[in-house]
Design a protein. Structure first.
Length: 105
């Protein structure tokens, strides 16, 4: 049996995995196929992402696909800068499950 303090620490760690939802036209279109896109921490694994989504949103996850987008070198007001690397997770939910990312947690 897990103590309440340990459970709170585990929940906090799971919430740190999910950074934010991706709200774009393409992400909203994939929501029709029971897919939701999130930006996740760079060191998160697929099983960790699945566990975090299931515990935070209370849904059943069918699969998790991840992609890692390398940061670009861009010019900011004449000075060169680098955008941060980003890891995205495309989460496919089980049939009948939904997550409303526009409403918040």
């Amino acid at each position: 049996m897990v103590k309440k303090s340990e459970q709170k620490q585990m929940n906090a760690a799971l919430c740190d995995i999910i950074v934010r939802p991706v709200i774009t036209e393409k992400a909203m279109k994939s929501a029709e196929n029971n897919q939701v896109t999130f930006v996740v921490s760079l060191d998160a694994t697929k099983p960790q992402i699945k566990k975090a989504i299931e515990s935070v949103f209370g849904v059943e996850v069918k699969s998790v696909n991840t992609l890692r987008q390398a940061g670009k070198v861009k010019s900011f007001r004449g000075k060169m800068g680098v955008r941060s690397d980003v890891k995205k997770a495309i989460v496919t939910l089980a049939k009948g499950q939904t997550i409303d990312v526009t409403a918040g947690v």
